[in-house]
Design a protein around this ligand. Structure first.
Ligand code: ADP
Ligand code: MG
Length: 306
């Protein structure tokens, strides 16, 4: 007999609801979360649709982990402290094995980001996962896209292009050696949102964004919001040894510049500031508009859903 909606919710999703800020979790009409008097709520929502945002044959555990990471990445980009999330699930059927493994991925992310699952919605339809994240920001503080100034240095965290190269591997376009393939697929299936870095940058970075649609496209959002020109040096982009194992450096660079799903942070610091560990200087902010890469104006867009 198929399980009921309520059994499903309680069996798989009600155990993850404890956290410092949680006054009331799964089970009532709303969850209730606590904010300090000098804090403000930061919230964002992300939807992943099977076949659009993840391949139909992905492991359910990875789907759960990645859906949470993609949403949490927006909290990281704002410098917010995570306080809770909600999960809207649209499922073609109540497949208990799928639900069990999916919920383990959500649980792993919930633990890693210390982000309790405090509510959600469950409906029938084509597989779609929507995660809303809730975070707290100190009053008057936030990492915005809009504060970059001419003279600032531009940095990125981690390495770029790994996830896009993994997607190409899944499409059968190339195959890395086993140890590199494992790393690249891990970057695609299990991205880590840079929450700790975002919180360190709060009060220091003049602008920040998470890279979900490719560096060039996302740098373009900082340029537009800040009214400045971002000049990037492609030679400086941090590329992993696994990505550089691809026979074409040009292709690797292309993935790093335009590939999606990196979930790293791109941010600007006043030139005198020392960057946090694990971040790479990739360019400089100048007076002007748009993104320039290797001296050329950039026109290509990142991944677009429409
Ligand atoms: P309502 O009809 O009031 O919207 P629901 O029947 O949709 O309530 O959900 C019952 C409770 O279970 C609510 O607290 C809701 O937040 C929670 N919930 C529903 N689906 C999920 C889910 N996928 N994950 C976590 N909590 C969920
Ligand atoms: Mg509901």
């Amino acid at each position: 007999m198929p399980i009921s909606e309520f059994t499903l919710i309680y069996r798989y999703f009600s155990a993850l609801g404890r956290g410092e800020a949680v006054e009331l979790s799964v089970g009532d009409d709303c969850a209730i979360l606590r904010l300090a008097a000098d804090e403000r709520l930061a919230t964002s929502v992300d939807t992943m649709v099977e076949g659009v945002h993840f391949p139909a044959d992905s492991f359910p555990e990875d789907i759960g982990f990645k859906a949470v990471s993609a949403a949490v990445s927006d909290l990281a980009a704002m410098g917010a402290r995570p306080i809770g999330m909600t999960l809207a699930l649209t499922l073609p059927e109540a497949d208990e094995l799928w639900l069990h493994t999916f919920s383990q991925g959500v649980a792993a992310a919930s633990t890693e980001y210390q982000l309790p699952l405090v509510g959600g919605d469950t409906t029938r339809g084509p597989l779609t996962i929507t995660v809303q994240v809730l975070g707290a920001l100190p009053l008057g503080e936030a990492l915005l896209r809009s504060g970059a100034c001419a003279g600032d240095s531009i940095y990125v965290s981690g390495t770029l292009g790994d996830a896009a190269s993994a997607l190409a591997m899944l499409a059968g376009d190339w195959q890395a050696a086993p140890e590199h393939a494992e790393y690249l697929l891990g970057r695609f299936n299990r991205p880590r949102a840079r929450l700790d870095l975002g919180r360190k940058l709060l009060g220091r970075a003049t602008a920040a964004i998470d890279i979900s649609d490719g560096l060039l496209a996302d740098a373009g959002h900082i340029a537009a919001a800040s009214g400045v020109k971002l000049c990037l040096d492609p030679q400086r982009l941090p590329l992993s040894p696994a990505l550089l194992s691809h026979p074409s450096v040009k292709k690797a660079l292309d993935w790093a510049l335009t590939g999606g799903d990196d979930y790293e942070l791109c941010f600007c610091l006043p030139a005198a500031e020392v960057p946090p560990a694990g971040c790479t200087l990739i360019g400089e902010v100048e007076v002007g508009s748009g993104v320039h890469c290797g001296g050329e104006p950039v026109t290509v867009a990142g991944y677009q859903h429409f």
